[in-house]
Design a protein around this ligand. Structure first.
Ligand SMILES: [Zn+2]
Length: 285
């Protein structure tokens, strides 16, 4: 595994790689994700990076430390266990962890503690004390479905990374790019840019769904700008605000809603894309 495989080429992935390579991993990291398996895999990756023995890229994936972390047998990587069938990790477990922090590592350069379960507020307050003055070479990795479940004070002493899966993230970038292309093409009176942008939708229904959502947001912004005056929007929004009448933007908004409905009814993609292109063109007038 590597951050790139887990998280694709996302910004978060680049940040984690840069921190790992330069050995500047923060003392406390919070991984937020709806996918707990992804968060746990990222935690293991970060632990490997922290303990990796390589002088080059970290985690190297081949040194003894990396292999042991990957196999879940590194003696300096601990997972705080919630005991007694409770819903959340309590203050007792956190205090035990804190006491353990000050004991020298078994074989590595440092120790890593995973906190995967929810924590009670008391447990978080206990954790806070160690986050304020962390011992040398100790790394805490907290995973959570929602960072708002953590106390603000804990978050402010940690570095938060919001994780999305590689596929998810990549598609969103592409969808955003296509939506921008369409928004730029809309006010122009030449066909080609609009045709080019909309034809990219034929690639997949999921992509089309995301592009339509994005477009609906863009048209809302353009309407807002029409009503409220210029508000520092990007050029592709301002372009529409300047060149299109208010009625045209409203029509575009309706076209997108109709296209979303067609998509949800499993309409043929060629029909949908042709319809969309023709109706966007119509709305300009
Ligand atoms: Zn390594």
């Amino acid at each position: 595994m590597s951050f790139a495989k887990l998280l694709g080429g996302s910004e978060v992935c680049r940040q984690l790689e840069a921190l790992s390579d330069s050995r500047r991993i923060p003392h406390a990291v919070v991984f937020e994700s709806r996918d707990m398996q992804l968060a746990k895999s990222a935690a293991a990756e970060l632990a490997a990076a922290f303990l990796c023995e390589s002088e080059g890229k970290r985690p190297c994936g081949v040194c003894k430390a990396c292999r042991k972390v990957r196999d879940g047998v590194h003696p300096d990587v601990y997972s705080v266990e919630t005991t007694g069938g409770k819903q959340a990790t309590g203050v007792g477990e956190i205090r035990e962890m804190i006491a353990d922090c000050y004991i020298k590592p078994n074989e590595g350069q440092g120790k890593v503690y995973f906190i995967f379960d929810k924590m009670t507020p008391e447990a978080q307050n206990a954790l806070l004390k160690i986050l304020e003055e962390p011992p040398q070479n100790v790394q805490f990795v907290i995973t959570t479905e929602k960072s708002t479940l953590l106390l603000k004070t804990v978050l402010s002493r940690s570095v938060l990374f919001k994780l999305t899966q590689s596929g998810e993230d990549k598609t969103s970038d592409e969808a955003f790019e296509i939506a921008v292309e369409i928004a730029r093409a809309v006010p122009q009176n030449i066909e080609l840019p609009l045709l080019g942008a909309t034809s990219r939708l034929l690639k997949s229904r999921e992509l089309t769904k995301q592009v339509l959502e994005q477009l609906s947001e863009f048209f809302t912004m353009a309407l807002e700008e029409k009503y409220l005056g210029e508000g520092g929007y990007e050029d592709y929004i301002t372009g529409m605000t300047r060149m299109l009448k208010r009625g045209s933007i409203v029509k575009l908004f309706d076209v997108v809603s109709k296209a979303q409905e067609m998509l949800s009814h499993n309409c043929n993609m060629n029909v949908l894309v042709t319809w969309l292109c023709a109706n966007i063109r119509e709305s300009r007038h």
